[in-house]
Design a binder for this molecule. Sequence first.
Ligand SMILES: Cc1cc2nc3c(=O)[nH]c(=O)nc-3n(C[C@H](O)[C@H](O)[C@H](O)COP(=O)(O)OP(=O)(O)OC[C@H]3O[C@@H](n4cnc5c(N)ncnc54)[C@H](O)[C@@H]3O)c2cc1C
Length: 440
Amino acid sequence: MPTTTSISNWGNYPKLEAIVNSFKSIKELKYLLKTNNNFIARGNGRCYGDSSLHSHILSTTKYNNILAFDSTKGLITCQAGVSFDELIHFLVPKGFFLPVTPGTKFITVGGAVASDIHGKNHHQDGSFGRHIVVMDVLIAAGEVVTCSNQINSELFNATCGGMGLTGIILQVTFSLKRISSYEIDQVSIKAHNLEEVFKLFEEYKNATYSVAWIDCLQSGESLGRSILMVGEHSDNIQRNKFRSERKFSIPFNFPSWVLNKWSIKIFNFLFYHKLIKKKVRSRVSLDQFFYPLDFIGRWNKMYGKNGFVQYQFVLPLVQSKEGLKKILTAIGNSGSGSFLAVLKLFGEQDSGLISFPMKGYTLALDFPMRKGLFEFLDKLDALVLEHGGRIYLTKDARMKKEIFWDSYQRAKEFEKVVLHYNPNLNFRSSQSDRLAITKL
Ligand SMILES: Cc1cc2nc3c(=O)[nH]c(=O)nc-3n(C[C@H](O)[C@H](O)[C@H](O)COP(=O)(O)OP(=O)(O)OC[C@H]3O[C@@H](n4cnc5c(N)ncnc54)[C@H](O)[C@@H]3O)c2cc1C
């Protein structure tokens, strides 16, 4: 009898009982697929909710070889289970970096494709899918299909951002960014409120990377008080050895009282005021700039054993200012919400059918699990929808299906392609069932 394991992703909500199998070869994978009807691929479980959860999980983490590297063309080919952390160790000393990276390096290449991840450079470089040259996907019929923007583009566009519903991503070839240093030249600028941070984003729109940390508990004149950080790869040629940093891990779940309105207010106050001057220039490591949260291993335990929800939405550019004001006001009034929220500017939308980014502003923040949270988030969903926006699936654990179908304009097209490559809905997640993408 196969044994089940209790499993959850980064938000520690929901927790499911599942059979987890891993594979090292396509032969093993095909064998596993014959043993059951329902599967979902899972990389490192860094999505927050239930996107990579179901009763049968195919863990890709042992399918993790780097297959080819071309330094002349700046291309790499690797199996889907290779992590960004492994890639950084391999690439950075050779003078290359990832074309797009999220706020943690502990994700897999398969997860990056399936969520069509974005980084602090979306306004310049788009999402991860834009940098894929070609990839192989194992579809439900047991065939390996090669796809790209030119070959089998329908499958390609449904797989980038498709949350694992078209099949198992096996290997991916993608282009890299050339760098000459292990450091980033960073400028941090204080913004007193939302108006000011929008102006700063506009002023720095040609920067390669930009992100603002917002204090969500401010109101009135200070609504949207934040620090914008922009960065460029330094051209300071590096001679010392590349080192990746990790500081400490949280060993246990914090009790729920540790995080309350007052502890969060104090943290946010200190964060804003630690920047003494209006504008500060510094040179920081890649880890400090891209992955500040990775310095604290298992920081998700801070939210206690009941877990938390990360809420990330995007609003179209013309609606961003008004929509963000309303949403930040609602969050401020509720007194809940996380330490800091992250605001980024997105550029043009890429070709993924249900990829999250669209031209506009995106905000992400954590909400510790509490009574009444889902009802409150339903109200925020309504505001997001009213302003033409949508919720990021890889962070979602609770959205109602109507919100998904009303906000993802190409969802019907996506459903059609899924039904073509996954006709019996063998690849399905707890999320896709909840959102009625894979109707039960
Ligand atoms: C601290 C933190 C910061 C983050 N910051 C960002 C950010 O800035 N930008 C951003 O875009 N995201 C961000 N994320 C989210 C994260 O990048 C995505 O959830 C990513 O998909 C996680 O990859 P994973 O390997 O852990 O995949 P999982 O979490 O295991 O799975 C995510 C999805 O990918 C699918 N999948 C995984 N592997 C395969 C495969 N081989 N074939 C088919 N489907 C597959 C799963 O079915 C699931 O739908 C952040 C997450 C954390 C924890």
